[in-house]
Ligand binder design. Structure first.
Ligand SMILES: Nc1ncnc2c1ncn2[C@@H]1O[C@H](COP(=O)(O)OP(=O)(O)O)[C@@H](O)[C@H]1O
Ligand SMILES: [Mg+2]
Length: 254
């Protein structure tokens, strides 16, 4: 069951309808319908194993689906081919593990996809990469390698790398879960700035304070289903379901 969306009007940049994903006999996404509208920040929360990463991965077609439809800005994601590659490039993704190329410089990590996939001239890609590094507070790190950076810095490079493809939507899958506590804020601040700049995003996180302050909507998942889809104030103060109340009592109790 999907609760009605409380989203403000903006065209849906991501639209899932009745999406079901199975791994063998196990249903990881169970009839999920969800919109992420232009300019919105949708925060996805839920227990481990509830299907949050699978949701992100299906939106990017890193996983195929058994049934349902996924549209990116009004275009249905095909199973394969050139249109899939094009639509995929419109969705930027940042993972828990930063997934940078370890032997390349920070600048190379950011320019690689624009140069190879988008055929952006190198000088132009580098100029843009330097702008993005400044935006994430790393202008002085361009020639370093990822291993010379802290986890928080690496994750900010990963964000800059995703932005370099000028995505319409950004997906963040637990972007701070692999970080030492003192580095969480610097990454959340970058994501907050992005949100304030109007970037459309879906963020999977366990950072409840962040969720409450930045989300336009909170989506709560349990056992592969979207159980609640509500404004953060409503979700955190008066969750509609027992499942959400139970989850919140566990994560907010300490
Ligand atoms: N490649 C896979 N093969 C089999 N099961 C998987 C695979 N990926 C995820 N799952 C299962 O799907 C469920 C949801 O996983 P996931 O989306 O990673 O949850 P979350 O991100 O909310 O912790 C889990 O039970 C997980 O074990
Ligand atoms: Mg996950």
């Amino acid at each position: 069951m999907t609760a009605p969306s409380t989203a403000p009007a903006g065209r849906p940049l991501v639209r899932l309808r009745h999406v079901t994903k199975r791994f063998g006999g196990f249903t990881a996404l169970d009839d999920v319908s969800l919109d992420v509208n232009a300019g919105e920040v949708v925060v996805v929360i839920g227990a481990s194993g509830s299907g949050k990463s699978t949701l992100c991965r299906t939106i990017n077609r890193l996983e195929t689906i058994e049934s349902g439809t996924i549209e990116i800005d009004g275009e249905r994601l095909p199973e394969e081919g050139r249109d899939l590659a094009r639509l995929r490039a419109e969705v930027g993704m940042v993972f828990q593990s930063f997934n940078l190329f370890p032997h390349r410089t920070v600048l190379d990590n950011i320019t690689l996809a624009p140069v190879r996939v988008r055929r952006v001239p190198r000088a132009q890609a580098e100029a843009r990469a330097r702008e993005l590094l400044e935006r994430v507070g790393l202008s002085d790190q361009a020639s370093k390698r990822p291993t010379q950076l802290s986890g928080g810095q690496q994750q900010r490079v990963a964000i800059a790398r995703a932005l370099a493809m000028d995505p319409k939507v950004m997906l963040f899958d637990e972007p701070t879960s692999a970080l030492d506590p003192e580095m969480i804020t610097e990454v959340l601040d970058v994501i907050k700035d992005l949100a304030a700049s109007g970037m459309t995003m879906l963020v999977v996180t366990h950072e409840m304070g962040f969720a409450r302050s930045v989300a336009d909507r909170v989506v709560f998942m349990d056992e592969g289903q979207v159980v609640e889809d509500a404004a953060p104030e409503q979700f955190f103060t008066a969750p509609a379901t027992e499942r959400a109340r139970d989850f919140l009592s566990k994560v907010l109790s300490h």
